[in-house]
Write a protein that binds this ligand. Structure first.
Ligand SMILES: Cc1cc2nc3c(=O)[nH]c(=O)nc-3n(C[C@H](O)[C@H](O)[C@H](O)COP(=O)(O)OP(=O)(O)OC[C@H]3O[C@@H](n4cnc5c(N)ncnc54)[C@H](O)[C@@H]3O)c2cc1C
Length: 497
């Protein structure tokens, strides 16, 4: 019963209709959206949309992915530099061994071989002195990092002991104890566990600010503790640092589904009787949909749905409360090789992390997370400060910055402050919500902060929710990948979940 032009169901509401007064017309059933044969339309080709489309297509459903830009990847994507024609990443993206769903997606896309894994995490102090954390092969978690922590003389012996106490406290609370920290700031948690400002700057800041894109003091303890538990304390592979050896866009060369519409912007998701019927593009074209996975960021998501439908669906009620936090990425080209190691966490800024981008170390990429105060700084001023920092760091006072490209993403991620989860929507519709509209995106409720792993989890969760309600796919297992195993030694030490 679909209108052949608009694709909109022309049945208005109830299960039965009455004709002329007194004349009873045989009752007929309203079409159920689950019985339609139109594609599942995924709106947005960032990691969340890619993940959802890959799962839905591999489950045998018809899928169409619509992306406004000419390339997939969204915030984890690349662009062509107008000046040099080079393909540059929006910003260096880092993954960790505990990102099991992202790793699973790269496997599906045939991109795993492009991820270089580093077992040694490098640190540089402002004078260029080198420190590192590494795991002893064969030692189980959480003992695997113990020897390198013991030698990590960026911290004094007393400071290392104090970090060890805090790590033990994180282990003892387990995952359930971490959930109880949803409304507590990490600053408060660190103070409770007697972590000094110097330890916070040298040990916690390089990990927490970059992983959560928020100040260590301000971020929610639930997420900061999650980073340490999942990356360092439960499994020996969790901390390993992964970096693509190619531009991010190369990772998406193998398409997640056959029907992809690039360069098409969705204007409206049209609903009737609490179901989505059609997706209308800015060009005016309409596409009938069995269901929609809306995988844009949260700013775009609510703009595509008419206010009367937004009001009926509680998932959209808190989105305005999510605060956006910027990230700055600096592509820097020097006149000589500067950087020998592949990456480094910097103990003092302005740049917080550095990545070597060519074999000689002439091209480097610097990142500043939680970069609020950099948004209005002129790029030439940024470049001058970074040039000075790197000359000092690598003790090359003559080194000259020959070219730079600064990218500031103002809405890089939402701020993971205490209590934020109450504003994050579920992927599946709530009671009274739009029945066949599923949400994906790093901002949805995944249990993870806004990261590539969080985005992929959201896509898998949204696709899993679609599979569950369609009769032909209802029995399929959840697409979520298993977390890294909780190693026995870690379990014995923590005694918790
Ligand atoms: C500068 C920066 C650095 C980062 N560094 C890291 C890192 O090192 N490690 C890490 O794990 N995470 C990092 N992140 C976070 C990570 O990139 C994001 O969490 C993740 O990519 C979000 O994916 P997403 O699919 O949820 O959203 P997005 O990537 O925003 O995808 C949404 C897509 O929807 C499309 N879209 C929007 N409106 C429409 C429309 N009307 N019609 C059709 N399409 C539309 C957009 O074009 C976009 O492609 C970083 C983010 C930024 C910005």
């Amino acid at each position: 019963m679909l209108d052949p032009v608009t694709g909109i169901s022309n049945i208005h509401s109830a299960d039965t209709v009455l004709g002329a007064p007194g004349l009873f017309v045989k009752p007929f059933k309203t079409e159920r959206w689950q019985d339609r044969r139109d594609p599942i339309v995924v709106v947005g080709g960032g990691l969340a949309g890619i993940a959802a489309a890959a799962v839905l297509e591999s489950s045998g459903l018809p899928v169409m992915l619509i992306e406004a830009r000419q390339d997939l990847g969204g915030r984890a994507g690349s662009f062509q530099d107008a000046q040099s024609s080079e393909i540059l990443d929006n910003c260096q993206h880092v993954l960790l061994g505990c990102c099991t769903n992202l790793i699973d997606l790269y496997r599906r896309l045939g991109a795993s071989e492009h991820i270089r894994w580093y077992r040694r995490v490098h640190y540089l102090d402002p004078r260029g002195r080198h420190y590192s954390l590494w795991a002893v092969p064969g030692l189980p978690a959480p003992l695997h990092l113990g020897p390198s922590m013991g030698l990590f003389n960026l911290l004094s012996p007393a400071q290392r002991l104090s970090v060890a106490h805090a790590m033990r406290a994180m282990m003892r609370i387990g995952r359930s104890g971490r959930a109880a920290l949803a409304n507590v700031s990490f600053g408060e948690w660190l103070a409770r566990h007697h972590q000094s400002p110097d330890v916070i700057q040298k040990f916690y800041d390089p990990v927490v600010i970059s992983a959560l894109n928020e100040d260590t003091q301000r971020t929610a303890a639930i997420y900061a503790v999650e980073v340490f538990q999942e990356a360092m304390l439960r499994n020996r592979r969790g901390y390993m640092l992964g970096l693509p050896d190619c531009p991010l866009q190369t990772l998406y060369s193998k398409r997640p589904c056959r029907d992809i519409r690039l360069g098409k912007r969705v204007a409206e998701i049209m609903c009737r009787d609490r179901t989505v019927t059609t997706v209308r593009l800015v060009s005016g074209e309409t596409i009938a949909a069995t269901a929609v996975v809306l995988a844009t960021n949260h700013h775009a998501a609510s703009k595509m749905i008419a206010p009367e439908w937004l009001r009926t669906d509680s998932r959209f009620a808190g989105l305005e409360k999510l605060e956006s936090v910027p990230i700055l990425g600096a592509h820097l080209w020097f006149d000589r090789p500067l950087m020998k190691i592949p990456h480094a966490a910097l103990i003092e800024g302005p740049l917080q992390w550095l990545f070597r981008k060519d074999s000689s170390g002439t091209a480097v990429h610097g990142v500043i997370s939680a970069a609020r105060q950099w948004v209005s700084t002129p790029h030439d001023r940024c470049a001058a400060l970074f040039e000075h920092q790197l000359r000092t760091l690598f003790q090359q006072p003559e080194a000259r910055l020959v070219r730079y490209r600064i990218v500031i993403e103002k809405r890089a991620t939402f701020s993971p402050v205490p209590g934020v989860d109450r504003y994050r929507p579920t992927q599946e519709p709530p009671a009274g919500g739009i029945e066949n509209l599923f949400l994906a995106g790093d901002y949805t409720r995944t249990g993870w902060p806004a990261t590539m792993e969080g985005a992929v989890r959201s896509g898998y969760l949204a696709a899993g929710a679609v599979l569950k309600v369609l009769p032909q796919t209802a029995g399929l297992p959840t697409p979520l990948a298993d977390d890294l195993p909780f190693e026995l030694s870690a379990r014995l030490i923590s005694g918790r979940d």
